[in-house]
Ligand binder design. Structure first.
Ligand code: SAH
Length: 284
């Protein structure tokens, strides 16, 4: 079977919307580069149909006041290339001082602590700035204070939860609203031979108890929505690491976090992406 590779060049603000539309159209997977987005389809959707759909989608972008000026090119790949294309983009990546993210089909060759990931079709390969920044911050937190319990909201491949386990956190829960992500996370947890990491389907409301550290790498609107829940799941003295905001979006998120009882400890910028570390100001 052959596959189609669609390479899209768009503004960052429209990229996510385009990705969502391509998912609805049946994209099998994505490689999110700095300037381009590559999507893979099987042949069921013809090139003509696809360009038609994308042309129509410009109106949707326009009506949402998003930049509608994207371009795309289309290539057909024989089966083998699909695997090669997909896999060659997932090379090992060093993160922080001690960690390395390793695709499950490669064997780690460094002295670093491996986080083994098979991304399947799910977000969280470690190639995204936000994932790497979260892991580096978690490493720093674990270095400064003996790691306790950890909650990962929107775990994707399970990468932050697995990273937290490698850093020494002792009780770890990971949730995601996407059942495919939960499956991928469970597979990756098994692959890393971790028994104290639990992955469940649901959002933060599905989680009970409190945690010493919480990570949530989500869109800013969702972070704003769950700010009170994040506060109620955090142990006094604990830290919340949030990411997924584009530069310029963080002020609204900080405001809602402050209203929920958080104070801002740190703001980290990586390219256009912002990550924040927050602590609880109240005692409960
Ligand atoms: N934590 C990973 C993946 C982040 S992608 C990383 O840092 O790389 C965001 C994930 O959050 C997706 O898998 C998506 O399905 C999930 N998600 C989106 N909204 C959510 C919500 N309200 N509650 C829980 N998970 C959510």
């Amino acid at each position: 079977m052959a596959y189609a590779e669609i390479i899209i060049t768009s503004s960052i603000e429209s990229k996510e919307a385009i990705m969502n539309r391509l998912t609805e159209l049946g994209a099998l997977g994505f490689v999110d580069g700095d300037d381009t987005l590559t999507a893979y389809f099987n042949q069921e959707l013809s090139p003509l149909e696809l360009s038609d759909e994308l042309a129509r989608f410009r109106y949707v972008l326009e009506s949402s006041d998003l930049d509608a000026s994207f371009s795309f090119s289309h290539h057909l790949l024989p089966d083998r290339d699909w695997n090669e294309s997909w896999k060659k983009n997932f090379t090992p990546i060093d993160v922080g001082e001690r960690l390395v993210i390793v695709p499950s089909w490669l064997r780690p060759e460094t002295g670093r602590v491996p986080i083994i990931i098979d991304p399947g079709m799910v977000f969280g390969t470690g190639h995204h700035e936000t994932t790497r920044t979260c892991l580096s911050i978690l490493e720093r937190i674990a270095k400064n204070k003996p790691p306790g319990s950890f909650l990962d909201i929107g775990t994707g491949t399970g990468i932050l939860a697995i990273g937290a386990a490698r850093l020494g956190f002792v009780r770890i829960i990971a949730v995601d609203i996407d059942p495919l992500a939960v499956d991928a996370a469970r597979r990756n947890i098994r692959e890393n031979a971790l028994e104290h990491v639990e992955a469940c389907e649901g959002d933060i409301s599905a989680v009970s108890g409190r945690f010493d550290v919480i990570a949530a790498n989500l869109l800013s609107e969702i972070l704003i929505e769950i700010a009170p829940d994040l506060a109620s799941r955090l142990n006094p003295g604990g830290a919340t690491v949030i990411s997924g905001m584009l530069s310029g979006q963080e002020d609204g998120v900080i405001e809602s976090m402050r209203s929920a009882g958080f104070s801002l400890q740190e703001k980290v910028m990586d390219g256009k992406w912002i990550s924040l570390v927050l602590s609880r100001t109240g005692s409960t």
